[in-house]
Design a binder for this molecule. Structure first.
Ligand SMILES: Nc1ncnc2c1ncn2[C@@H]1O[C@H](COP(=O)(O)OP(=O)(O)O)[C@@H](O)[C@H]1O
Ligand SMILES: [Mg+2]
Length: 266
């Protein structure tokens, strides 16, 4: 069964794109999983990294605005087993078009991503979605599509509040869209520094979210950021760095969670 995971946190800079990219690359190249990474942010950071600055022929915008079949927008990345559904800046227009109920895109607007992906989903073990920071109709589409929400938290004093809003949103979608399988699948501490604030917030996050918090915390590590400009994961760029080791451990946790779920279901 395909696991559908979205990285979400309405706070910008919390490590959504970095975590989506490194998790996807590790699952694909180190663990042989077939992964589709979807860029649902009009800032298109992941797209820029994985296309090495090339222009993607078709993007998610074309799928929404021009009914281009999703297969035509799939970009084969240089990373083994990793496909990308790219974004571009015009994705912001999709939100505007969907907001207008008189527009063609206004109809069935909360479920358009789910419908678009249906024909190709079976080709993948994981579909991983990166999102932009605002609450948009695109992000509602993402929540209607995925089952698991992963929340990256960059531990600062306001970080827990943002996640409480997100929990409410997930609850609303479960209720009003009758999407029972949607849940917060995990909270990942990112960009963790060796400061008192970080230590206190980490403790609060672990108390509040309990088992939902991944054991691995990702340290603030310059190699993680440097890897972006090379278009690769930090594990390929600098395998012994603290960032690479942490993202590898985190990837294993995500895979073991899957095993747990299957055991329980089976
Ligand atoms: N563990 C880390 N160590 C150092 N820099 C990081 C780390 N994680 C993310 N960054 C950097 O922090 C910035 C914000 O991260 P990003 O993943 O783009 O957040 P978001 O997608 O939530 O806005 C980026 O410049 C990224 O390269
Ligand atoms: Mg981002």
């Amino acid at each position: 069964m395909t696991r559908r995971i979205a990285w979400l946190n309405e706070k910008g800079g919390s490590g959504k794109s970095t975590s989506a990219l490194n998790l996807s690359a590790n699952l694909a190249s180190r663990f042989g999983q077939r992964v589709l990474l979807i860029d649902v942010d009009h800032q298109a950071n992941i797209t820029a990294v994985l296309t090495h600055g090339q222009t993607a022929k078709k993007t998610l915008t074309d799928v929404f605005l021009s009914d281009v079949p999703v297969e035509q927008a799939i970009f084969k990345t240089r990373i083994l087993n990793l496909d990308l559904l790219p974004a571009d800046s015009a994705l912001a227009d999709v939100n505007v078009a969907m907001a207008d109920t008189g527009n063609r895109l206004g109809l069935g607007r909360e479920l358009r991503l789910k419908r678009a992906l249906a024909p190709i989903e079976k080709n993948y073990d994981f579909v991983i979605v990166d999102t932009g920071p605002q609450r948009t109709l695109l992000n509602i589409n993402v929540l209607n599509y995925v089952d698991e929400v992963f929340v990256p938290i960059d531990p600062g004093y306001w970080s827990i509040m943002g996640v409480q809003h997100l929990e409410k949103l997930v609850e609303q979608i479960r209720l009003h869209m009758e999407h029972d399988t949607l849940h917060i699948g995990g909270v990942l501490l990112t960009k963790v520094q060796k400061t008192n604030v970080a230590r206190e917030v980490e403790q609060q996050v672990r108390e509040y979210f309990g088992e939902q918090v991944f054991r691995t915390a990702i340290p603030l590590n310059v190699k993680v950021e440097e890897a972006h400009s090379r278009g690769i994961s930090v594990l390929d760029y600098s395998p012994d760095s603290a960032g690479a080791v942490a993202y590898l451990e985190f990837t294993k946790e995500v895979l073991f969670h899957a095993a747990d779920t299957e055991n329980r279901l089976g």
